[in-house]
Structures are given as C-alpha cells and as structure tokens.
Design a protein around this ligand. Structure first.
Ligand code: 5GP
Ligand code: MN
Length: 328
C-alpha cells in the first residue's frame, strides 16, 4: 500500500478548513486519547459551522460517557457517510479503524491521518504523525489553535482527558514542557483538573477491583524479576461480566514494581486469539513497540500491543520467551 503525503500542521489545518462535511474516526477499543481527540475535533468543527459525524467502531466506552460531547460518538451501521474529508485520530493502522467504520467512509474522497504512534503506517492521503507528542490530544490542541477553530468547553475538557490519560496524569517520559503548557492553557480556559481527574481516576466500577483481585492471584515474575505478567482467561471475564475498559492501564501497577522493566497483560479473546498489552519502564530497559512488531502489533516504545493467534498458555510462553531474549 502506498504511503500518504506527509503534511505540516498548517497543511492539516488547511485541509480541515477547506472541508464542509467531516467524519472523525478513532481506533477500535478506544481509550481516553482516542475518544477525547474525536470529541474535541468534532466539537471545534461544529462550532465553526461544519457538518460533523463522529464514528467509532466500538462506540464511546461507559467510563468516558461523562464527557460533554460523548453523545456525538456513534457506532457505524447507518450506511455510507457522505463527507468531504475523513480524519483518522490516534490510529496507527488503517485496520484499527474497524471494518464498519472503513465501510461507512469508503466513499469519502480524502483521508487525513493524524497520530502520535511511531509505528503509524502512514496510510491515507495526508499524514501528520508527530511521534514526539505524548498524546494525539496534544497534536489536536496545536491543530485547533493553528486552524483558528473555537476551543469549546467540550473540546477543552476532552483534550485535558486525552492528554492526561495518555501521559498517566502528566507523568510518563514522553511528557514534554509543552504538555504542561497546554495543560495550563486548558486550565486557564476553564478546565477543572480536579473534577475531570476524579471522573477519570476515582470512579472505577467495582468489577475492576474484582478483576485486580483475580489478576494478583496469577501474577508472575520471570526473567529474574525483570518481567511481571498476568493473564486473564475467558471464563474469568465471563464470570465478572467484564467490559473492555475495565482493564485499562491496570498493568501500570505491576510495571511499578521495583526491579521490573517490562509488564505484560495477556487477555484471551473469543475466537482463539490473545490480546497482548505491554508496558516498559524506560526506553533504555526495553522498546516494547519493537517486541510487539515481531508479533504483528505496534504502538509506542513504552506502551504497545498485539493480537496473537493461539491459546493463552502458548502465546504467553512465546511472548515471555521473546522478551527474555530481548532483555538479555
Ligand atoms: P494498550 O496496551 O493500552 O491496548 O495499547 C498500548 C498502545 O499499543 C496503544 O498506543 C495502541 O495503539 C497500541 N496497540 C495496542 N494493541 C495493538 C495492536 O494489536 N496492534 C497495533 N499495531 N498496535 C496496538
Ligand atoms: Mn494515543
């Protein structure tokens, strides 16, 4: 597949301003950065008088529905969308936009790909990938400013959540001075950091804690204590009636163990595949994007993932072996 044309932020802004009808997409199993970026862009474009459709293959997760503007996020299925421009946000591979979203937007003549994943495939017609940005939300703040679009209260709060969640609350190494400046600008514009953080980090369903109890029971340390991992099988998922976002960022907890460099979460999916979610403590310790790429996945140096065919025990064995080889 040929790569799209790399464009500057100014050119991306021009493409947005030139379009009257825009479809905004994000990745499957969306996180705070994907949904927050989708809502922010949609809200700013709407306030500028554009027609906007927001599609996500899996819809807005329950945990993020408190965001004003979340009601704009629709699942595909309403037929083909007519628009001048499709914008893909926070999505490294075209396939991660989801089959339904791809089918619904097949007739849209232009695709603008905006992302911060180093592993981005550069799909689409226009590509703006800034791997130095810790969150797609940070790129969108700059894009909205560059385009002179209104920063609505919905966009402001969604961008705060997008940036906060992808930086672990302004903590991860990818966080830059600019990230804090943008955080400050969002607060000056009226974002309530305490209230938004409380909605994101202090409102977990009890299921998440029950899941944590299960996972702690199967926690393993391998590679001489440098790798912490846990695995979740279908039976446990069903018994707890887990939702996809219940396990969001839970693996950060075991990456934080002293001496651990890499933390891994193995999740059995229906249909004989395993979702692997990997976290590294530092780029010097391990580049988990490179490890996940060898299994067909991708992501960032310190947070990456893959979907691998096979049983839970077999896949976890293979992946832990690969990590062990990489570390030694
Ligand atoms: P998470 O572990 O939170 O699901 O994902 C961490 C990062 O890895 C995200 O930035 C996500 O985009 C990327 N990622 C997760 N799963 C996959 C996958 O199956 N394929 C690719 N290419 N990237 C993934
Ligand atoms: Mn992101």
């Amino acid at each position: 597949m040929s790569e799209g044309r790399p464009v500057s932020l100014a050119e991306a802004a021009e493409a947005l301003l030139a379009a009257g009808r825009v479809v905004v997409l994000g990745h499957v199993r969306p996180d705070g950065d994907a949904i927050g970026s989708q809502i922010a862009l949609a809200s700013s474009l709407l306030a500028a008088g554009k027609q906007v459709v927001v599609l996500n293959e899996d819809g807005c997760p329950a945990s993020l529905r408190f965001l004003a503007g979340a009601e704009m996020v629709e699942r595909p299925g309403g037929g083909e969308v007519e628009a001048d421009l499709c914008v893909a946000l926070d999505t490294a591979n075209r396939s991660r936009l989801g089959e339904g979203c791809l089918a619904s937007t097949a007739a849209v003549p232009m695709l603008l790909n905006i992302d911060h994943h180093i592993s981005n495939e550069r799909y689409g017609d226009l590509v703006h990938v800034d791997a130095g940005a810790p969150a797609t939300g940070q790129i969108l703040f700059e894009l909205i400013s560059e385009a002179g679009l209104p920063l609505t209260p919905e966009a402001r709060d969604s961008l705060f959540v997008a940036i906060s969640t992808d930086t672990g609350g302004f903590r991860y190494p990818a966080t830059t001075a600019r990230t804090f400046e943008i955080g400050a600008e969002l607060l000056r514009a009226g974002a309530d950091a305490g209230a938004l953080s409380s909605m994101v980090y202090e409102r977990y369903p009890f299921r998440r804690i029950e899941l944590l109890r299960e996972l702690l029971g199967v926690l393993r340390l391998t590679s001489g204590g440098r790798v912490a991992s846990w695995a979740l099988d279908l039976a446990t998922k069903d018994a707890l009636s887990l939702q996809p976002d219940d396990s969001e960022n839970l693996t950060d907890l075991i990456r934080a163990i002293e001496g651990v460099d890499v933390a891994v979460f193995f999740e059995e999916l229906r249909g004989g595949t395993v979702r692997v979610s990997m976290r590294s403590k530092s780029a010097a310790a391990a580049d988990v994007c490179e490890i996940c790429k060898t299994f067909g996945g991708g992501g960032h140096a310190l947070a990456a993932g893959a979907r691998i065919e096979g049983g839970l025990g077999e896949v976890s064995g293979r992946v832990l072996d690969r990590i062990d080889q990489t570390l030694s």
